[in-house]
Ligand binder design. Structure first.
Ligand SMILES: Cc1cc2nc3c(=O)[nH]c(=O)nc-3n(C[C@H](O)[C@H](O)[C@H](O)COP(=O)(O)O)c2cc1C
Length: 190
């Protein structure tokens, strides 16, 4: 019963160590295309994708987040292991920011679907990824609106998730066992 799609879903991991090698444009285009074909509530497609193939811009977002963490929230910085070296995008050379329309009921879920689908698509192309939500506080700062403009995110959209992308430098350690008791079946005829 194993096939390439199922194998890719089962072997995808969150990658937090990347080489500096740029991802080829045709691969990025294909990954984004897969995101655009994710399911959306009522078929609304309430999203905007910003491909940030620019480490300088990712550094800028990460630096604002770190400043916010240390200025307002030292305890949670400690709890999240945020240090001066911490990078929201885990050292990836590229990230796709997925923003959702403000007034659409399922926008956040739809953006989450796209992030997941793109992570599997990237994996199938030999590219590592990490699903990221921790970059969000930067957009709640005074600089947030300016940052959105620089990134070309439309006014009435909110950045929900990012997918860090790059070629893998180090594979992650063993993955966690799956929690037990999280599945049941209701079958007919029993
Ligand atoms: C909604 C969501 C937000 C996440 N945010 C982050 C994040 O900000 N930083 C990070 O390193 N990983 C983040 N992750 C990745 C998870 O930590 C990872 O999926 C989980 O530990 C399971 O590991 P695996 O993806 O290798 O199976 C996020 C995952 C999801 C689904």
């Amino acid at each position: 019963m194993m096939n390439e799609t199922i194998s890719n879903i089962l072997s995808r991991r969150s990658i937090r160590s990347y080489t500096e090698k740029r991802i080829e444009r045709e691969k990025l285009d294909l990954i984004v295309k897969c995101g655009l074909f994710s399911p959306t509530g009522m078929g609304v497609q309430p999203w905007h994708f910003t491909v940030v193939d620019n480490r300088g811009m990712l550094d800028k977002i990460s630096a604002i987040n770190k400043r916010e963490f240390f200025a307002n929230n030292n305890d949670s910085a400690r709890m999240s292991n945020v240090t001066e070296e911490y990078d929201n995008f885990r050292g990836a050379p590229c990230a796709i920011i997925i923003s959702g329309m403000n007034d659409k009921k399922y926008a956040e879920v739809d953006c989450a679907n796209a992030a997941t689908i793109m992570s599997v698509a990237a994996h199938s192309l030999g590219i590592g990824s990490c699903y990221i939500a921790s970059f969000r506080p930067a957009f709640a700062t005074a600089e947030g609106e300016k940052l959105k403009k620089e990134l070309g995110i439309p006014d009435d959209y909110k950045p929900f998730f990012a997918l860090a992308l790059g070629y893998i430098k180090e594979q992650p350690s063993e993955r966690a066992l799956r929690r037990e008791g999280t599945v049941n079946y209701i079958e007919s005829g029993t």
